[in-house]
Structure formats: structure tokens, C-alpha cells
Design a protein around this ligand. Sequence first.
Ligand code: DX5
Ligand code: ZN
Length: 213
Amino acid sequence: MKIKISPSMLASDYANLETELKKCSAADFIHLDVMDGHFVPNISIGAPVIAAMKKVCAIPFDVHLMISQPLRYIDDFADAGADIITFHTEADSDIGKTVDKIISRGCKAALAVKPNTPVEAVYPYLDKLSMVLVMTVEPGFGGQSFMESTMPKITALRKKCPDIDIQVDGGINTDTVKIAAEAGANVFVAGSAVFKSSDPGRTIHILKESARL
Ligand code: DX5
Ligand code: ZN
């Protein structure tokens, strides 16, 4: 599977987003965390900020919706320029309808599971998904520690689906990226590891190299 790195802008300097995006030229996706203060305790950015960023960045946008009612907002994020839209199995919207809505808008659909949700929750939708996100922290905040206990879910999913993109998000750094790659993940979100490093561009390269088994 192709290794892909998706820097999470949650850890970037929101006062200088264009400059921060330029540091990500080696990235495969740009990861944008949307939080509503309801599905998770935190509030982050919404569609208008993503639309503004889209104007200054050509890398595909990977939008991670941590919101209770994703179906209501798919049009907004598709209009803003999302290329991949990920939402949670634990959210309140009908999963099948939300997947279909994302695809009808010409975006790729992805489903996410929190650490305590069995990965089997995504199985009924696999034929329509381009990616599954196995959270490696409880969603809501950057800078948390990687939960290795989630790795068996990745192994099981990789066995079932040799060709799907499996993304991990939370606590990914140059050490934990190897553990997740070994389990079968191939798309790596990294916030703090990239943006709190002295050279984000180089860190993206190192993460990519470290994930190659
Ligand atoms: C957490 C977000 C992550 C977050 C990861 O709920 O979904 O994308 O930015 O941050 P790090 O890489 O710092 O754990
Ligand atoms: Zn995320």
C-alpha cells in the first residue's frame, strides 16, 4: 500500500495558515479537524476556514468531521473543497445516507471509529468507502498519547481489505508510525509531530520513511 502522510492543521499556527500549508508540500493529504463542541468537548474550525485554505493549497483535503450531525453539513464541506470527508460511526446521522451524500457530491467517503468502537462497525459500508480511520486517541484534542491497544483493529481490517486506505490519527510520531504501519495502516495523520518540530517539511519526509517497513 502507498504510504501517505496527512499533517493535521490543528497543531499549526492558525494566524498563518498559508505559511503553514506551504511547509506541507511533501504531504499527500492535508488533515482538517472539524469539532462541534458536542460530539467532542472541543470546538475548532468550520467550512469557511477550509474554503479559504483551499484557495492557497493544491494538496487534497482530508476533512475529519468530529460532529454529531455530519449529514446536515456535507454540502458545506463539499462546497468548501473537501476531497475526502470522514465522519464517525458514533455520530447521530444515518451512516448509509451520509456515505451516499458524500459520494453524490463527488467526494471520497471515509468512516472513523473511536478507540472503544469495534472496527466491525464500518464493515457494512466498506464497498463504498475509500478509507477507514482507526482513531489512536480519543478524538477531541491534539497532543495525546498513541493507544497501541487499537492496533488489533487495524490488523483485522487489513486482513479483510488488502486494498483500502487505513488511516491512523492521534499520537503519531516517528516511533509510533512504525507500530501502526506494522499493523497495516498506510495513511498517517500527524499534528504535533509535524508542526511542533523545528522543520515540518523534513519531519513529513522522516515520517514517510519511518512508515516503510
Ligand atoms: C484529534 C484529531 C487529530 C489531532 C492529532 O481528535 O483528530 O487529528 O490533530 O494530533 P496529534 O498528532 O498531535 O496527536
Ligand atoms: Zn483528526
